[in-house]
Design a protein around this ligand. Structure first.
Ligand SMILES: Nc1nc2c(c(=O)[nH]1)N[C@H]1C(S)=C(S)[C@@H](COP(=O)(O)OP(=O)(O)OC[C@H]3O[C@@H](n4cnc5c(N)ncnc54)[C@H](O)[C@@H]3O)O[C@H]1N2
Ligand code: MOO
Ligand SMILES: [Mg+2]
Length: 408
């Protein structure tokens, strides 16, 4: 049997990051930057007020109190975006709204709540320290700073920052387009009635969702029966729009396991028994003129899920240009004994909990057979048991991959 690590390194060697493209800002959401973005200006760009209130000189209001308010003439009204008033003299106040530029001559803002709100003269009932409620130019980002570096994943906050420094386009790697195909004559689209022996196709839904969570743009197609010509035709059709193809089912020893037969020898596709559980039968290679990666994953639902986690997710992350190919993993104390097959790396569904002190405890969920989807839905982690280990006692420390949704 082939080692998990060797299979993964063969896959990663065959998969290339997609070529970078210049995208409109929102189209770059979920992509990874390939340029360093330099701030063309500082943020804030100018000193501005953090409060609706009055721009004053701190000295003028130093003695103000509820009992003895200081009264000042209001010589200007400055809404946000207004630059007509750029200076006020000593002993004067300007009414000013949050985000408006602070006029020179003023060095503090008195919030409207500490005044009578006057528009001709204002009575101020509290002192203000110099600089009070003023947001300084460059206090956030300095002109010339690298605000986001190449390799950064663009989530909502990063997209917003790029807009704040005036970018409407950025250079990123596009999200890979992944086509997911379930195979099996027993499969029916969810929503349609089942006759005996038929089951709902779930793998294509699991894998399409998983590919999206990994950062891909993923499409599923209706399940294809165990028919060589139809499978080959479908793959040829789908190649046009795919940066990656994933099939499930039909890769084991069954008489109708036709995926193996159809794909073997197409491009560089080969099939291996990988020393893992679940997920032993694995197909991978590249096909077509563009050398599109194709994964042929086993049909058992948990096997398909785990195979995706171990092999496909890192490949998608590599195509995206993400510096983080792998999910985070932690050490955790095992809460109950776990048995593991000799010579195979086991990925056991589990729930991990984190204690107040940051230590982790992990408990396997239910039996570990590859058709048990009910328990999988409650797992938030996979315990990784090395190949040579056949049993881990409660209280031992194990490696745990955290499955919680995380995009960057
Ligand atoms: N004689 C042997 N039999 C099997 C072996 C073996 O080594 N020798 N390996 C077992 C292991 S391990 C796995 S994993 C499976 C792999 O099966 P296939 O990839 O050939 O998949 P199928 O035979 O088509 O289906 C297996 C199982 O999964 C269900 N399935 C398939 N597709 C879906 C789907 N889209 N949604 C939900 N469920 C699906 C299918 O109905 C079967 O129950 O082979 C073992 N057998
Ligand atoms: O390898 Mo199968 O994937 O054990 O169930
Ligand atoms: Mg089979």
């Amino acid at each position: 049997m082939k080692r998990v690590a060797d299979h993964l390194s063969d896959i990663l060697a065959a998969v290339r990051p997609l070529s970078e493209l210049d995208f409109q800002l929102l189209d770059a959401h979920g992509c990874v930057l390939t340029e360093d973005v330099i701030a063309p200006w500082s943020l804030p760009q100018f000193d501005n007020t953090a409060m609706d209130g009055y721009a004053v000189r701190a000295d003028d209001v130093a003695a103000a109190s509820e009992d003895e308010p200081v009264e000042l003439p209001v010589v200007a009204d400055i809404p946000a975006g207004d630059t007509r008033v750029n200076a006020i003299g000593p002993g004067l106040a300007a009414r000013i709204m949050t985000g408006a530029p602070v006029p020179s001559g003023a060095d503090a803002i008195v919030p409207v709540e500490q005044t009578d709100g006057g528009t001709v003269r204002v009575r101020i009932t509290a002192p203000a320290k110099p600089g009070a409620h003023i947001r300084r130019a460059g206090g956030d980002v300095q002109e010339g700073d690298v605000v986001l570096g190449a390799g950064t994943y663009l989530g909502a906050a990063q997209i917003g920052l790029l807009a704040a420094v005036g970018r409407d386009r950025v250079v990123v790697r596009p999200r890979p387009r992944v086509v997911v195909i379930s195979t099996g004559s027993e499969l029916v689209e969810p929503g349609y009635p089942l006759t005996t022996g038929q089951i709902s196709d779930s793998n294509s839904f699991t894998l399409t969702a998983a590919a999206r969570e990994a950062g891909a743009v993923a499409y599923r197609v209706p399940p294809v029966p165990d028919d060589k010509d139809r499978l080959l035709g479908l793959i040829e059709d789908q190649l046009i729009r795919a940066d990656m193809v994933i099939t499930t089912g039909g890769v084991s020893a069954g008489a109708y396991d036709i995926v193996k037969e159809v794909l073997s020898g197409l491009g560089t596709v080969r099939f291996d028994s990988v020393a893992m559980q679940p997920g032993k039968p694995q197909g991978f290679g590249t096909i077509g003129d563009d050398h599109t990666p194709i994964f042929a994953l086993p049909g058992n639902p948990v096997s398909a899920f785990v195979s995706f986690e171990v092999f496909v997710r890192p490949a998608i992350r590599k195509m995206l240009g993400s510096p983080r190919l792998h999910r985070p993993s932690v050490k955790a104390v095992l809460q109950e004994r776990l048995r593991s097959p000799e010579g195979r790396r086991q990925f056991a569904r589990a729930r991990v909990q984190t204690a107040q002190d940051g230590s982790h405890q992990v408990r396997p969920i239910g039996a570990q057979q590859s058709h048990l989807m009910g328990d999988l839905a409650y797992a938030n982690a996979l315990i990784v048991v090395p190949e040579h280990v056949t049993e881990v006692a409660a209280g031992q420390v194990v490696d745990v991959v955290l499955l919680e949704r995380r995009r960057e």
